[in-house]
Ligand binder design. Structure first.
Ligand SMILES: [Zn+2]
Length: 93
């Protein structure tokens, strides 16, 4: 049933709750998921992190991926990282 693929797999609030528990995460928004829970889910999100270096920011994404996969099974996770202060700088334009 191909239409099932476009259905939301996991409540964004549930993902948000998990992500916010990871140290270094300041904000998480635009969360979406689709796929079949327990088979293969696709999750994407925007993330505001405290560290400004790529290595530390990447570590945070690894931690998020591990947590979500442990909870929801096989998942392909795409994380769009925004540095801390990005949103407030954007507002001034
Ligand atoms: Zn964003």
């Amino acid at each position: 049933m191909p239409w099932l693929v476009d259905e939301m797999a996991i409540a964004p609030e549930a993902i948000h709750k998990q992500v916010m528990q990871v140290p270094g995460v300041m904000n998480c928004h635009d969360i979406a998921s689709r796929g079949l829970l327990g088979r293969q889910v696709f999750i994407d999100m925007h993330l505001v992190v405290e560290p400004t270096d790529v290595e530390k920011a990447h570590e945070i994404t690894e931690e998020i991926e591990a947590r979500l996969e442990q909870l929801y099974g096989p998942a392909r996770i795409t994380i769009h990282i925004e540095p801390y202060g990005y949103r407030s700088r954007k507002i001034t334009y």
